[in-house]
Design a protein around this ligand. Structure first.
Ligand code: ADP
Length: 371
């Protein structure tokens, strides 16, 4: 069994503000397994930074327990906390490099107080630059590097003291999609190569789905959903998770089309719009033709997407089914039996908020399927 490296239990954090106490974190409980790449995803203002600051002891906690590497953070003395922080490498959105220092001198900064001699420090810096693929830029200044390269320097610097945990706080949010991908590939390699536990704090689902094995979704200071990334994103329970999935798969654009009364999505009396979600592309392709022949339906695919979450395919199809109520109900029942999640998109309800639409229709579908 995997050991946990961070244990958070019923954590509350309240800020004192001129308008009275403000609860930024409420009843947060999380277990982060050693060696995992753990995503914490939420919108701006959700409490992610507060949680990160509590984790490394920069912010006091109000209630609850918080253990990092077996040590209770609220009980540590300042000296012990400084020592523990060496085990947590931090990388931020804005790189935070010293512009007047070369790449190698930036990476060497955390080694200033280490017991290594000059030669050993030099060797360590070279090793770190090799690790992130920047050995040929040792003498460059940050301004001479691209954003992605600067972030690599920041990662090398964060690893200088051999931390066991690497915490990335919106580390790819300022980077373009291609650079984000290469940085995430580097992070994944570091996780394997150095057996690092990596915590990825982000507002972007594509970041989580690319590398995180587990995820916690945070909304208004509360963890609304957590589990392995594939399960959370293939069967989202919380409204916020559904919204992340809709935006990431492009499904939200279908709802926008419905809202704008697009003729493509108009349904006649014997037609229904169905959203199908599946975990294996080949299975679903076969099933679409099976349901048309077996139940005498016309299935017209309007939208299809395939997301790769933690290495597994997660597909989405929106199709117009044409047939009688009984035929469509039988087809939905059949798909349910094959592990395909189906959601009836009610055209009348499409003007409402996307989350409300999905929640209502899921319930309707479940009821219909249960009949
Ligand atoms: P995120 O990182 O997810 O954007 P934060 O943790 O920065 O969220 O903030 C969560 C909430 O707590 C926000 O509403 C923010 O305004 C509030 N907050 C953060 N820091 C303080 C503070 N020092 N004093 C009062 N309120 C704060």
């Amino acid at each position: 069994m995997t050991n946990s490296i961070i244990e958070i239990s019923n954590l509350n954090k309240t800020y004192a503000t001129p308008d009275g106490p403000y609860t930024a974190l409420q009843d947060v409980s999380l277990t982060i397994p050693e060696g995992s790449i753990f995503g914490i995803i939420g919108l701006s203002g959700a409490g992610k930074s507060t949680l990160v600051r509590c984790l490394n002891g920069l912010e006091s906690t109000t209630e609850g327990t918080l253990t990092v590497l077996g040590k209770s953070i609220p009980d540590l003395k300042p000296g012990e906390l400084r020592e523990l922080r060496k085990s947590i490498g931090m990388v931020f959105q804005q790189y935070n490099l010293m512009p007047s220092r070369t790449v190698e001198n930036n990476v060497a900064l955390p080694l200033k107080r280490s017991s290594l001699n000059r030669e050993q420090k030099k060797a360590r810096v070279t090793e770190l630059l090799q690790l992130v693929g920047l050995e040929s830029h040792a003498k460059s200044y940050p301004s001479q590097l691209s954003g992605g390269q600067q972030q690599r320097v920041a990662i090398a610097r964060a690893l200088a003291n051999h931390p066991q945990i690497l915490l990335l706080d919106e580390a790819t949010s300022a980077l373009d999609p291609d650079t984000t991908k290469t940085i995430l590939e580097l992070v994944e390699r570091l996780n394997r190569q150095l057996h690092l536990t990596i915590i990825v704090v982000t507002h972007e689902m594509n970041v989580v789905e690319q590398i995180c094995t587990e995820v916690a979704v945070i909304d208004k200071g509360t963890i609304v959903e957590q589990g392995d990334s594939f399960t959370v994103f293939s069967d989202p329970k919380a409204d916020l998770t559904r919204r992340f999935v809709s935006n990431s798969t492009g499904l939200s654009r279908i709802y926008e089309l419905i809202d704008s009364d697009s003729p493509i999505l108009e349904t006649g009396p014997d037609e229904r719009l169905i959203h199908m979600q599946y975990v294996d592309k080949t299975v679903s392709e076969g099933l679409v033709s099976i349901i048309s022949t077996r139940f005498g339906l016309t299935v017209n695919i309007l939208f299809a997407s395939l997301d790769i979450v933690d290495g597994y395919p997660l597909g989405s199809i929106v199709a117009k089914y044409k047939g009688s109520d009984a035929q469509i109900d039988q087809a939905l029942e059949f798909l349910k039996g094959k592990g395909i999640r189906t959601t009836v998109i009610e055209p009348g309800a499409a003007k409402a908020d996307i989350d409300a639409v999905e929640t209502t229709t899921v319930e309707n579908t479940d009821k219909e399927n249960a009949r």
